[in-house]
Design a protein around this ligand. Structure first.
Ligand SMILES: *Cc1c(COP(=O)(O)O)cnc(C)c1O
Length: 413
């Protein structure tokens, strides 16, 4: 069948993972993985792909730049444990993520805790552990000081800056203008005076301007402006800053036509920022924090076709998966224009007969679509469906309680 398709092509580096007509993940056929985890659906993360991505970054970035992993993208403990041996630090956003980071063996002074709403209990845990807290609430310096007193530790802090500049890097903006994140740049000097008065251990600055940008030039612009803001604020800091967390924002292609980020160009810009820092504050370290760029492309969501039906000429593959496991692939409850994630029938050769089909989830809502009118191998009940680019913001960012089917198991291969 021909017709209009939204179906993005298979990511090029996954085409070669089809062996004897079946998708392999980490060298293991998808159907064997299904048997190993006790059925479908499941998420599989390929550690070789994660390691490959980290290696590519390490090769492109100067050795002086620290690479941090942001657990929010995927907090699976086994994956975090694996990444702990590859990266220089972790960024966490809750006590739960902090526990996973520390359980993975990361040194506390290499863990940053940011987030707009930190409870007193979380601040006490961070102070006791020696984790670096990114101050971003107006009352946080005093609350953290109190937390430190309660546990008998001097809290380590960074100041998260909500920049005065306008961020144009695309993707999800998390800095600039009025925001719940960070301290407005113009208010930072006054906050720094309170940090000094409260004798908090000042480590440096953090500026997170946004996420999921595929445009290296725009990322460079945000980073240059961030560096200018840092260097200006460093002059009024209570102690010489040891750390500058520049954010990350490196995006991955999700839909057909999305370009891949130009990593050499993005890395050159980070190198330029590092050189600027080395010249002005030679003892300070530059941090780049990344989530989805490290793990997103290494993960696959696999579900099984339960029913194949034709409704008024359109083919529907109804699966045992759905938005309760993979909200982002379904289009986030219809709030955004949905574009298909790359998908494939995992148990059919990619060069066999093909058709246009919609992959539906099993939930009773028209929003539960994993791919609309995708160009796929002809599939039958029992076949497995693979949704690629699913290593970040999948399992942990979906409403697993919705319709009570339960969560999907995750496996690191
Ligand atoms: C979400 C977040 C990240 C990770 O974003 P990605 O798009 O996954 O790279 C990093 N830092 C902070 C502060 C965040 O909130």
């Amino acid at each position: 069948m021909s017709g209009v398709t939204n179906g993005p092509a298979l990511p090029a580096d996954w085409a070669s993972a089809f062996v004897d007509g079946e998708l392999t993940i980490g060298g293991i056929p998808a159907s064997r993985l299904a048997a190993r985890v006790g059925g479908t659906p499941f998420f599989a993360y390929d550690r070789a792909r994660v390691a490959g991505r980290v290696a590519a970054l390490r090769q492109a970035l100067p050795a002086s730049v620290d690479l941090h992993y942001s657990l929010k993208a995927n907090p699976m403990p086994a994956l975090v444990g694996y990444l702990g041996r590859l990266v220089d630090g972790f960024d966490v956003a809750s006590a739960g993520e902090m526990k996973i980071a520390l359980d993975a063996g990361m040194a506390p002074e290499r863990v940053g805790f940011a987030g707009p709403g930190k409870s007193d209990a979380e601040l006490r845990q961070a102070a006791a552990a020696g984790v670096i807290v990114s101050l971003e609430g107006q009352g946080e310096p005093e609350r953290l000081h109190e937390a430190g007193r309660a546990v008998g530790c001097r809290p380590r802090v960074m100041v998260r800056v909500n920049p005065a500049f306008d961020v144009r890097a695309g993707g999800l903006r998390m800095g600039g203008g009025p925001k719940p994140f960070g301290i407005d740049e113009e208010d930072v000097p006054a906050l720094l005076r309170r940090v000094a008065a409260l004798d908090l251990d000042f480590a440096g600055f953090h500026l997170y301007w946004g996420s999921q940008s595929l445009d290296a030039a725009r990322i460079a612009e945000a980073q240059e402006q961030a560096m200018s803001a840092f260097l200006k604020l460093a002059a009024v800091a209570p102690a010489p800053p040891r750390l500058f967390n520049l954010g990350g924002g490196f995006g991955i292609p999700y839909a057909a036509g999305d370009p891949a980020l130009d990593l050499p160009a993005a890395a050159r810009n980070v190198a330029a920022a590092a050189a600027r820092l080395a010249q002005q504050l030679p003892d300070a370290r530059l941090i780049v924090e990344l989530g989805r760029y490290l793990v997103g492309e290494a993960g696959v969501y696999v579900c099984r076709v339960l029913d194949r039906k034709v409704s008024r000429g359109e083919v529907f593959l109804v699966t045992d998966g759905g938005l309760h496991h993979h909200l982002a692939a379904s289009g986030n409850f219809g709030q955004v224009v949905r574009r298909n994630y790359p998908v494939a029938v995992a148990t059919r050769p990619i060069d066999g007969p093909r058709e246009t089909a919609t992959i539906a989830g099993r939930l009773c809502t028209p929003l539960d679509v994993l791919a609309r009118k995708a160009e796929l191998a002809v599939a039958a009940p029992g076949d497995l469906i693979a949704v690629f680019q699913s290593g970040a913001y999948g399992a942990s960012a979906s409403p697993a309680g919705f319709l009570s089917h339960g969560a999907a198991p995750e496996i690191l291969i």
